[in-house]
Design a protein around this ligand. Structure first.
Ligand code: B4P
Length: 193
C-alpha cells in the first residue's frame, strides 16, 4: 500500500500535484481543505465553525480534522493507498494519523515536502483568488497569516517524519510537469526501499 503525505505551505502546489498523483498511483485523495470546504458548502455546524477560522487564516481544531480523516479511512478500506493533502498540519495530527493507519495495518510510506518561498506563495494565491472565490486567497495580509500559521504550527511536522526517515524535499518552483516528475521519482525510490 502506498500512503503519501504531500506537505508544504499554502499555495505550494499540493492540491495541483495531487490531481496527477492520484491518477498515476491509483490513490484515494484525502484533502482536509476540500473536506472542510464541502462542509461549509453544505452549511453544516462543523462547516460554520470551520469557516470562521479558515476566513481568518487559522487552522481548525485537531479533533475536527482527525475525525474527518478517520471516517474517510473507514469508508475506503479497499483502497490501494492514500494521498494526504494538507494533513497532517500539526504534530498531534501526525501522531493521530500514525495510530489510525496502524489500526488499519498500514503506515505512511513517504512525506514529500514542496519547498516554495513566501513571495511566490503570495503571488500564486492572489492569482488563484481572482477566480477561486476562496475568501482566504483574496487578501495579502490573510495569506501572510496562513503562511505564519504554517511556519508556527505545521513545520514541526516535517521533523516528525524526518525522525522516521520518511521526509523528502522537492523544489516546488518550476513547471508543474517537472515538479510532478521529481515527486514521482522520490515516490518510486521510497517504494523500492
Ligand atoms: P488547503 O485547502 O489545504 O489549501 P492550501 O494550503 O491553500 O493549499 P492548496 O493545496 O489549495 O494550494 P496549491 O498549493 O495546490 O487549506 C485551506 C485552509 O483549510 C487552511 O488555511 C486551514 O484553515 C484549513 N485546514 C485544511 N487542512 C487542515 C488541517 N489538517 N488542520 C487544520 N486546518 C486545516 O495551489 C495554489 C495555487 O498555485 C494554484 O492556483 C495553482 O494553480 C498554483 N500552482 C501550483 N503549482 C504551481 C507551479 N509549479 N507554478 C506556478 N503556480 C502553481
Amino acid at each position: 500500500m502506498l500512503n503519501l503525505v504531500l506537505f508544504g505551505p499554502p499555495g505550494a502546489g499540493k492540491g495541483t500535484q495531487s490531481e496527477n498523483l492520484i491518477r498515476k498511483y491509483n490513490l484515494v485523495h484525502l484533502s482536509t481543505g476540500d473536506l472542510l470546504r464541502s462542509q461549509i458548502a453544505a452549511g453544516t455546524e462543523l462547516g460554520l465553525r470551520a469557516k470562521q477560522l479558515m476566513d481568518q487564516g487559522l487552522l481548525v481544531p485537531d479533533e475536527v480534522v482527525i475525525g474527518m480523516i478517520e471516517n474517510k479511512l473507514k469508508d475506503n478500506q479497499s483502497a490501494a493507498g492514500f494521498i494526504f493533502d494538507g494533513f497532517p498540519r500539526t504534530v498531534p495530527q501526525a501522531q493521530a494519523l500514525d495510530s489510525l493507519l496502524d489500526q488499519h495495518g498500514t503506515k505512511i510510506t513517504v512525506m514529500v515536502a514542496l519547498i516554495v518561498d513566501s513571495e511566490e506563495l503570495t503571488k500564486r494565491l492572489l492569482i488563484r483568488g481572482r477566480t477561486s472565490g476562496r475568501p482566504d486567497d483574496q487578501n495579502e495580509d490573510l495569506i501572510r497569516r496562513r503562511v505564519k500559521e504554517y511556519n508556527d504550527k505545521t513545520t514541526p511536522v516535517a521533523d516528525y517524519y524526518s525522525q522516521q526517515g520518511k521526509f523528502v524535499a522537492i523544489d516546488g518552483i518550476g513547471s508543474i510537469e517537472n515538479i510532478f516528475e521529481s515527486i514521482c521519482a522520490k515516490i518510486d525510490e521510497s517504494v523500492e526501499e
